[in-house]
Design a binder for this molecule. Sequence first.
Ligand code: URA
Length: 238
Amino acid sequence: MTKLSLDKILQSQGFGTRKYCRDLVEDGEVSINGEVIRSVKTSYETQGLQFHIFEEDWEFRERVYIVLNKPANFECSRKPSHHPGVLTLLPEQFSWRDVQPVGRLDHDTTGMLLMSDDGPFIHAQSSPKRHVPKVYQATTAEPVTEELVNLLLQGVKLHDEPAALAAVHCQKLDDNLLEIVLEQGKYHQVKRMLAAAGNHCAALQRTAIGKLTLESLGLEEGEWCYLTPEQLALLVPA
Ligand code: URA
């Protein structure tokens, strides 16, 4: 049980500095249960707290865990250089509370991108020791052959990697469509593995992380949702 004053609550949820949040309350911008609250003196139990601000309903969240269906031409980096950053697709409160992508997708890769402001979660989820499988669908420039699938399963040597990297699972879905499952997240890994195996990746989508599939979330490109505890549990390898 944690009780906090309303300005501290708003600050923790990414609405701005403590001073700005106090001003928001005193200006009558915040209501709880339909009642406008103009004093920051009362403390509220944070768990399950619902509040209304800027014409929107919000629920207090200690930490934020979301999935974005990333469109092409958005960068995952904190300081994007050639395209807008993925954070521009989310409410600005998430930037204020330091929500970040869990790992990175290339600017032209689409699909599932986890995001959170929970440092230990980000660290654990991106750790190669965790062996979280990530599922990709790659559109290939050249037809998918049995030889290509076998090479990717056996492992291919990439320029700056000491050991060959192999897919944990790989299957042809269509003439030019391949499903490939990786447990590492090396720089441009799918594209480089396909190139090393003599093909070329023309388009790439991440369709699942662990047992959580993009399809089950029903998100259009550019849409995001909070993850439920049940969905978060699906991210953990079996
Ligand atoms: N592999 C790539 O080559 N690019 C990505 O964005 C993800 C995996």
